[in-house]
Design a protein. Structure first.
Length: 274
């Protein structure tokens, strides 16, 4: 995505159309569009030809962008789990790992970045009925590996609104749910985590369309991306008008939900009742 956005910036600065750029690398206009959105792999020859077309003659700048192209084609660690993942999900894991700010609303279950191992196993078993125990464990292992994002040196800020329904819907037995509630209480104290609970008592709210995640990146020329997961696919929205609607909905959810301290008290109350 970073390389694609830089190629788009260079093309637009020279006033070159996508059609003309595509012609220069023996490709279509839609291929250039997909490259600029970071949705296809990059051939070194294509990037070299585009840089020449865009008038980039400085050797240092060319080397930097070509190195970025090589990095873009390196498979991430999560690709080793591709045999147990739906085809659309590795893209999300890569974006999640590159984000500096993750904002989300979840209603069906606790967000994957906050699940305990036991709770994650119960969720995966429910979602992968008929899968072998080995495949279930590999999916759980991926989820636990993703959670390292929240505690590493460059951990993103994570702002999450959990619907109370996600906390009352049991996955696993009583001890699994108690462990999950306690984990939420503990992790909500981390400085980079802002956890809020949308209580049943509030009634209707701006999250009526269901769960979603907004990913923001440290590079200023990368647009935010909204991730929407469906039963058989996922949507990645990056048009400014679409992102703005989801950011507005999330802001309202945060404003309407109790703050982090009150939400932590709500979690403690649920733990006592469980």
């Amino acid at each position: 995505m970073l390389l694609g956005s830089q190629l788009r910036r260079l093309r637009e600065a020279r006033g070159i159309t996508r059609e003309a750029a595509g012609y220069s690398i023996r490709a279509s206009e839609s291929k250039i569009s997909r490259m600029e959105l970071g949705r296809v792999s990059f051939k070194t020859r294509d990037v070299e030809d585009l840089l020449t077309l865009y008038g980039i003659t400085d050797e240092a700048e060319r080397i930097s962008l070509l190195s970025l192209a090589k990095e873009a084609n390196v498979a991430g660690w999560w690709h080793s789990y591709s045999d147990v993942l739906p085809s659309w999900f590795p893209t999300y894991v890569g974006l999640e790992g590159a984000a500096s700010l993750i904002r989300a609303y979840e209603v069906q279950f606790v967000h994957g970045l906050l699940q305990t191992e036991a709770y994650a196993r119960a969720v995966v078993r429910r979602g992968m009925k008929g899968a072998s125990e080995a495949d279930v464990e590999r999916r759980v292992a991926l989820r636990l590996e993703r959670q390292k994002y929240l505690v590493n040196e460059n951990a993103p800020d994570f702002h999450i609104v959990l619907d109370e329904a996600a906390l009352r819907r049991p996955y696993g037995d009583r001890e699994v749910m108690r462990g999950q509630l306690q984990h939420l209480i503990d992790v909500s104290a981390h400085p980079n985590v802002r956890l809020q609970i949308m209580p049943f008592g509030f009634g209707g709210h701006s999250g009526e369309s269901g769960a979603f995640t907004v990913l923001s990146f440290p590079e200023s020329d990368l647009s935010d991306v909204v991730y929407l997961e469906q039963l058989t696919s996922a949507l990645y929205l990056d048009k400014a008008e679409d992102v703005a609607q989801y950011e507005k909905a999330l802001k309202e959810l945060q404003q309407d939900s109790p703050g982090p301290d009150e939400s932590r008290d709500l979690l403690r109350g649920l733990l006592q009742l469980s």
